[in-house]
Design a protein around this ligand. Structure first.
Ligand SMILES: [Cu+2]
Length: 283
């Protein structure tokens, strides 16, 4: 699939070019900024395509239809008001017109469906993974599990209290234990829940998938740049729904191996999820 679903796409990832390479490792890229509008910078081909689909494809359709309706309304208001048109027409039906205003919107929807289905396939047809990350949602935190090939451990990731925030942390988005993944590798994300329905969502990666108890949903991403990327639970899951942020560090292969080595020791005792039990999480 090559990670490119559309033939034409402008340089959405241009923002990466302005970042100094040396700082990229520590840069927080996948997080909202005050006053900003639009998508977070895309860090995967899928998210770049989502942004293209929205900005280049859907927005012109939306503006075009809005403009057409505005012009028609204005025409009716000025051309057919009581002064300009004292004797109104009594025509109630016009078959060709009715066919046209049914068929044309239907055709617009069909045209939109083509890139839309491409995107869905891009998100859900998972390439052969280099790393598998198991994500288990709970009220109200995430648990990240790494398979035996990566050391076989899992750990909880909880929001940082305001009093624990350090310089560089982001209130409501920074966590105590972030998940690490290598840059440029296909990461399969196996998502489930052990209580209610949550949703694992990382905007910069184009990943948003429900975490459902008793079911294993799969998503994937291939991060193109290093950095710190944030997301949030995106399904109302209870009183602390807003306080279960996601923090993923995309690092070089070497840094990832180094992190695996320390994390394996640090979280050895916390290995409460058996990978073989995917989708059948123990209480
Ligand atoms: Cu949740």
């Amino acid at each position: 699939m090559g990670g490119r679903f559309f033939a034409f796409r402008p340089g959405i990832v241009g923002i990466w070019a302005v970042l100094p390479a040396a700082d990229a490792k520590a840069a927080i890229l996948g997080a909202p900024e005050p006053g900003a509008i639009g998508f977070l910078p895309a860090n995967t081909p899928v998210q770049a395509d989502i942004e293209w689909f929205h900005n280049v494809f859907l927005l012109p359709v939306v503006f075009g239809i809005s403009l057409l309706v505005l012009i028609l309304l204005a025409y009716v208001v000025f051309r057919f008001n009581e002064n300009a048109n004292p004797t109104p027409s009594r025509i109630a039906h016009n078959t060709p017109l009715e066919i046209a205003w049914t068929v044309i919107p239907a055709l617009i929807l069909v045209v939109i469906a083509v890139p839309s289905f491409h995107l869905l396939a891009g998100q859900l047809v998972i390439p052969a993974p280099d790393v598998t990350l198991k994500v288990t949602a709970s009220q109200w935190h995430w648990n990240y599990g790494y398979p035996k090939s990566e050391g076989g451990f899992s750990f909880d990731s909880l929001i940082k209290d305001d009093k624990d925030l350090k310089p560089g942390d982001i209130r409501l988005l920074s966590v105590d234990n972030a998940a690490y993944v290598p840059v440029g590798k296909v990461v399969e994300v196996d998502v489930t829940s052990q209580d209610v329905i949550h949703s694992f969502s990382v905007p910069s990666f184009g990943v948003k998938i429900d975490a459902i108890p008793g079911r294993l949903n799969k998503a994937w991403f291939k991060a193109e740049h290093e950095g710190v990327f944030h997301g949030q639970c995106s399904n109302i899951c209870g009183i602390d729904h807003a306080f279960m942020p996601i923090e993923i560090h995309v690092v070089s292969q070497n840094a990832y191996q180094a992190w695996l080595a320390t994390a394996k020791k640090q979280f050895a005792q916390a290995d409460r999820l058996d990978f073989a039990d995917a989708g059948r999480v123990k209480p």
